[in-house]
Design a protein around this ligand. Structure first.
Ligand code: FUC
Length: 817
């Protein structure tokens, strides 16, 4: 009990970091509710929701690989593959669709699905993301009520704080989840010595968990009843002054300390390795992480955490004229938000943007699984939609902000996850489609390579998800221009997804075009051939893989085949009878359909088949207008992106306002309802999309994709493409990323850029579009390098062409001098 920890110097109560109101969530009451009020911290693999109670604080904990299902599951597991071959099943459905034009989803799922258990939502062995349990701090003699209570989450430092006074002593607790440390840490302080007392206990969410306490360390061990997955957690309590006692029933009691800290880590024996998905027992890893963290002083542990977080978070700065009354609690800011002209409304929007970046850092770091439907936070053993990985919008949306908002490192778990789907996905491609080449995944997947199907009629079939997933791999190349990454990581996965489609496109008897069949537009209507989204995704995949093979100068024969397929492909773009972009190949769209999925606009975003100002863009606008401004959280978030791509900043801002007014909880979590994190991420990406775009290719050769030039595929960097009037008066940003490996900053006044800053990472020629460069009367401006010397450039048709050198910074300054 009297370990060296007790002799540590007292660390002063933490002083608040440099957070402004833009980066601080604050509340004047403890959280009464997990979903709406508790505040999230996380290091990717571990997550906690902090309640901030006075007499009892609660940290609800998660370990991201704690999943039921998969190999060893009591329900059995087959990756969703058909238990027995069904020769001709898919071609049979294709033939019926060819003959009748459509097929009822129930009938298709009876033929092609995998039967569920009786319980709706239960796919055999699919599993659920699990709750790990709760750490409780029970504080004797806590004031009721306390005075000057404050609960905050500092997004800049990624530290949650709770503070209050009993009239005599001010108590402060803070919590953070350290990625470098691999732990969640907490500290309890008082501004008078000897005042810190509490009992730390753990309440497991899993039956049969053993919890013991020894030398101030809780040891939590067990195995999931369903699949035997072993898990372990350890929490080490360290004190300055006072006493620390272990209890027989597995608690640690701190009495009369000057301050106390705890460090917690957890792990499982999950490994992302097909087919067993098991690795080492977590005991050694968890012990090492907790030992290492306990050896450090709290301030060193905290400093390393803050430095690690800031290295990502502080890359982007956004000023949209936000200003909130200094002490206004976030829930009040949200409640009084109108989406109007007030600086307080701007403050909420800027905070929400910062929060999206914070949440991505907290829920997706290298070394664990990607962010799921709830990021890393889940307090249930049967969470909504299993808290899984939905591939018909949701997991993709999670990663939309990663590249544009300068958080490329956070996308690593998603990349790894996609690579890990290839082995089971190959098996599914072979067993269901008879494909000799390629991999496939359908509409839901889990950490155990579920690449097959279940049988929920309106949401089980999504083979083109393979193409949508690998789009993110290619985006990494487009943003980072790392050819080695393209060669080794992105291209092989893209090629294998494309190979699947080369073997599985179907010739549509209606017009001889190549289509996906059967295809289904999420999550409505009948099965048909050539639903627009499926076509657009395959189109995107083929264009990208052709471009990538050109960049890498490889695979001529494969490229020729891909080019032939692209030439024969139905591109999935059709303007229908009421001017709408058709969701299906036949003109079936209803003007009164307000379904949340607007799948046929994939070509507008996140695809790049539709350019603003084109006839297809007009049709997309007609469809989007008909769908309306409602929808679930993620649906509104997608619409922010759509309107931004249509360069309608005011409508994009309206959608952001709709999301904040009706799909956002007091802790600023997105709600579907219930809580679903994709909307946070989609909206964050949407805000970036309003400020900077770089998806349009500038070299054209008659086909939809431009050829890759000597420095890779050329793109237009569009500055302030959809700035809403509410943000127009003045503002600035720095640190957003554009394809071509550019980091961009802009100052603006009355809607016009006054300075554009661009740092070139790879020396690609920048093609910048801004009204500043518009012909025939270009506004006067000068272009200078970092050293202030003029930089050579050409202006043509509203586009400034700026040859850049890798590592060089450039400024384009409006005004003659
Ligand atoms: C998609 C959506 C639902 C929900 C679910 C998790 O299938 O249609 O609205 O977001 O994912």
């Amino acid at each position: 009990m009297s370990r060296k920890y007790t002799r540590r110097p007292v660390v002063a109560a933490p002083t608040p970091g440099p957070a402004t109101t833009t980066h601080l969530l604050r509340y004047d009451k403890p959280a009464a509710d997990w979903e709406r009020e508790a505040l999230p911290i996380g290091n990717g693999a571990l997550g906690a929701k902090v309640f901030g109670g006075v007499a009892r604080d609660q940290l609800q904990l998660n370990e991201k690989s704690l999943w039921t299902g998969g190999p060893g599951s009591a329900e059995g597991y087959d990756h969703g593959d058909w238990p027995k071959p069904r020769p001709g099943a898919i071609t049979g459905v294709r033939e019926i669709i060819d003959q009748k034009g459509a097929m009822d989803p129930g009938e298709v799922s009876r033929r092609l699905g995998n039967p569920r258990y009786a319980t709706v939502g239960k796919v055999p062995g699919f599993g659920d993301y699990q709750n790990f349990g709760d750490l409780f701090l029970d504080i004797p003699g806590a004031p009721a009520p306390p005075t000057a209570y404050r609960r905050t989450l500092d997004l800049a430092d990624a530290v949650a704080t709770v503070s209050y006074s009993d009239g005599r002593t001010r108590f402060t607790r803070e919590y953070f989840a350290s990625h470098p440390g691999g732990v969640i840490a907490g500290r309890v302080c008082a501004d008078r010595p000897g005042e810190v007392s509490f009992t730390l206990s753990f309440n497991s969410a899993q039956p049969g968990t053993s919890v013991t306490a020894k030398d101030g360390r809780l040891l939590i061990r067990g195995a999931l009843a369903d699949n035997g997955l072993r898990y372990e957690g350890q929490a080490q309590v360290l004190t300055s002054g006072g006493t620390r006692t272990d209890t027989d029933d597995g608690r640690v009691v701190v009495t009369g300390a000057d301050s106390a800290t705890f460090v917690f880590s957890a792990g499982t024996d999950y490994a992302a390795i097909f087919p067993g998905y098991r690795g080492d027992d977590p005991h050694a890893r968890v012990t090492a992480a907790v030992d290492r963290a306990a050896e450090l002083t709290y301030s060193d542990l905290r400093r390393a955490h803050v430095a690690d977080h800031r290295a990502l978070f502080a890359r982007v700065r956004l000023d949209i004229g936000q200003h909130a009354p200094a002490a206004s609690p976030t829930d009040e800011l949200l409640a009084s938000y109108t989406g109007g002209a007030s600086p307080a409304d701007r403050a909420l929007e800027a905070l929400y943007f910062a929060y999206g970046r914070y949440l991505l850092i907290a829920s997706s770091r290298p070394g664990s699984l990607p962010a799921n439907l709830q990021g890393v936070w889940n307090n249930s053993n049967t969470p909504p939609w299993n808290a899984d990985y939905h591939t018909n919008i949701n997991v993709q949306m999670n990663y939309w902000p990663a590249e544009p908002t300068n958080l490329a490192e956070t996308v690593h778990p998603y990349h790894a996850f996609i690579q890990d789907l290839r082995a089971p996905g190959r098996r599914t491609a072979r067993s269901m489609f008879g494909a000799e080449e390629g991999w496939v995944v359908h509409q839901n997947t889990n950490p155990f390579g579920f690449t097959g199907v279940h049988d929920w009629p309106t949401s089980f079939w999504m083979p083109e998800a393979n193409g949508w997933l690998v789009q993110q791999l290619y985006e990494r190349y487009l943003f980072g221009r790392d050819e080695d990454f393209l060669r080794r990581t992105a291209y092989p996965a893209m090629k294998e997804a494309a190979q699947f489609w080369l073997a599985n496109l179907h010739t549509d008897p209606r017009d001889g075009k190549l289509v996906v069949s059967p295809s289904y537009s999420p999550e409505q209507g009948d099965f048909t051939a050539g639903a627009s989204m499926a076509q657009q995704i395959v189109h995107d995949l083929l264009v990208n893989v052709i471009e990538a093979s050109e960049v890498l100068d490889t695979d001529d024969e494969f490229r020729t085949r891909a080019q032939a397929a692209l030439a024969g492909l139905d591109a999935g773009l059709r303007i229908g009878s009421w001017g709408q972009l058709q969701e299906w190949k036949a003109d079936l769209d209803s003007r009164t359909n307000t379904h949340r999925h607007v799948s046929h606009l994939f070509a507008l975003h996140p695809g790049r088949q539709i350019e603003a100002g084109s006839a297809y863009a007009d049709a997309a606008r007609v469809s989007l207008t008909a769908r309306g401004d409602g929808g679930t959280g993620w649906s509104k978030a997608w619409k922010i992106n759509f309107w931004a791509r249509l360069r309608d900043g005011d409508h994009a801002a309206k959608m952001l306002a709709e999301q904040l007014k009706s799909s956002t909880l007091p802790n600023l979590w997105d709600t579907h309802p219930p809580f679903q994190i994709d909307g946070n991420f989609g909206a964050t990406a949407g805000i970036a999309e309003m400020l900077l775009q770089s998806h349009e290719r500038h070299e054209r050769d008659g086909r939809d994709g431009g050829p890759a030039g000597p420095s890779g595929p050329g793109v237009i960097v569009d500055v302030l493409p959809a700035l809403p009037s509410a943000w127009a008066e003045h503002g600035s940003y720095d640190g957003l990323r554009a394809r071509g490996d550019f980091t961009v900053g802009v100052d603006w006044r009355r809607g016009a850029a006054t300075e554009i800053r661009i740092a070139s990472g790879s020396g690609v020629t920048a093609k910048l579009r801004s009204p500043l460069f518009a012909s025939p009367h270009p506004a006067p401006f000068r272009v200078v390098r970092g050293d202030g010397k003029p930089a050579g450039h050409v202006v043509n048709d509203g586009v400034l062409t700026l040859p850049t050198r890798a590592g060089e910074r450039y400024r384009i300054v409006a005004g003659r001098q």
